[in-house]
Design a protein around this ligand. Structure first.
Ligand code: ADP
Ligand code: MG
Length: 295
């Protein structure tokens, strides 16, 4: 990470007065209303078969921001790498994980839920065991619906469940899409960001046709945006050309605060609460509430 990247102190897009980074008029999203009761959860899958685009970072920090706004949040680590568990400071070895719930070696979902240091944000961890799940599930009846069935047990206790997918479009990701009400696609502001997105959209459409007719695209989230480079702006322009209003107004800046927070096993919203990186994710939370994607 270069020193330059540490110097981002502004929210992106302020270069053009009145316009946000996506080229639309800048908007403030209101504070989410206080919830008087909790559940049932809206389930959102974070999906992109490309690695390193910000799925896990978004799950952690969107989850923490929604929890700050009083939402009860459950994050599901659905990647055998276990980066979500690690990023939230939750050990994932020698304990009940999402794998045990999928293959049925654990029946009670509560047994797998771990509270994080962020009040209101819980996680179901994963570890490398999960890499064997696809092979185990391939001969199961209704193999695409196993995660949906698992989550039904705890849905009433949460306002939102976020599923952090692994970088693949295999059976686990299809399970995550089948379980979801909505899908959020993080896209890194880099050349080739759009490569593979057609295949992802095709997969979502197949799942909608065959398994989950109600699934919605909740939004495309531009991540790792650097407002000082023409490159980042051009990529974002192309993303907006391709997806129009599906591109969220909120754009996540590129800053080393994110890897720093990962090392500290903490959301950036508590690691550096005043940093623009934390503000970015709070704004994302407010935008998703304003769009009706979260209660
Ligand atoms: P994915 O889950 O899609 O593979 P991650 O969220 O793990 O992606 O991000 C990949 C790497 O990029 C991590 O090291 C993470 O800390 C870093 N990262 C994520 N978002 C940003 C950002 N906005 N700015 C800088 N680095 C980021
Ligand atoms: Mg990840």
């Amino acid at each position: 990470m270069s020193v330059q990247q540490e110097n981002i102190t502004e929210l992106p897009g302020l270069a053009t007065p009145g316009l946000g980074p996506t080229g639309r008029p800048k908007r403030e999203f209101p504070l989410p209303p206080v919830l008087k009761s909790h559940g049932p959860a809206r389930i959102i899958t974070l999906c992109n078969q490309k690695g390193g685009v910000g799925k896990t970072t978004t799950t952690i920090n969107l989850g923490a921001s929604l929890a700050e706004y009083g939402r009860k949040v459950l994050a599901i680590d659905f990647d055998p790498q276990g980066a979500l568990s690690a990023g939230l400071g939750v050990p994932s070895h020698d304990r009940t994980t999402i794998y045990d719930l999928l293959i049925g070696s654990a029946k009670d979902v509560s047994e797998a839920i771990v509270e994080t240091k962020t009040p209101g944000l819980d996680v179901i961890p994963a570890n490398i065991d999960l890499s064997a799940a696809e092979v185990h599930l391939v001969n199961e009846v209704a193999r695409e619906q196993i995660l949906a069935r698992v989550l039904r047990q705890v849905s009433d206790r949460y306002d939102v469940i976020l599923i952090d997918c692994q970088p693949s479009l295999g059976l686990l990701t299809v399970n995550a899409l089948t379980a979801a009400h909505g899908v959020l696609i993080p896209l890194e502001c880099e050349y080739f960001a759009l490569r593979g997105v057609a295949l992802l959209v095709e997969t979502i459409e197949k799942v909608r046709d065959r398994l989950n007719p109600a699934i919605k695209l909740d939004g495309i989230l531009a991540t790792m945006y650097d407002s000082r480079t023409l490159h980042s702006r051009e990529v974002l322009e192309r993303v907006v050309d391709a997806f129009g209003d599906d591109v969220l107004e909120t754009v996540i800046s590129r800053t080393v605060k994110f890897p720093d927070a990962s090392v500290a096993a903490s959301p950036v919203t508590s690691f550096a609460p005043e940093h623009p990186a934390a503000q970015n994710y709070r704004q994302l939370a407010r935008e998703l509430v304003a769009r009706g994607a979260v209660a």
